[in-house]
Design a binder for this molecule. Structure first.
Ligand code: ZN
Length: 83
């Protein structure tokens, strides 16, 4: 797994850089696409790679799904990302 110096951890879980410590990042699967993404459980910021997680690179989940062309897909929670 790639190291990312922009993120901090709380008990091994990735702290969301966007909402400043309020949220933790979980792994989600977009059902229709079979695609893994990384989402904040608090503010729904989303990233497509762990190595991309930073405050400059997030998309809101709804926007993210629109960009992928699947605004109505569900996201399955696969649990928190631990490093
Ligand atoms: Zn957040």
């Amino acid at each position: 797994m790639q190291k990312n110096n922009n993120i901090s951890l709380f008990e091994g879980k990735i702290v969301c850089p966007r909402c400043d410590g309020n949220g933790l990042i979980y792994k989600g699967k977009i059902t229709g696409l079979d695609t893994i993404i990384y989402i904040c459980d608090e503010c729904e910021a989303a990233w497509d790679e762990i190595s991309n997680i930073s405050v400059d690179t997030f998309s809101d989940l709804t926007l993210f799904l629109e960009k992928k062309g699947c605004p109505n897909e569900d996201v399955i929670d696969l649990g928190y990302v631990t490093l």
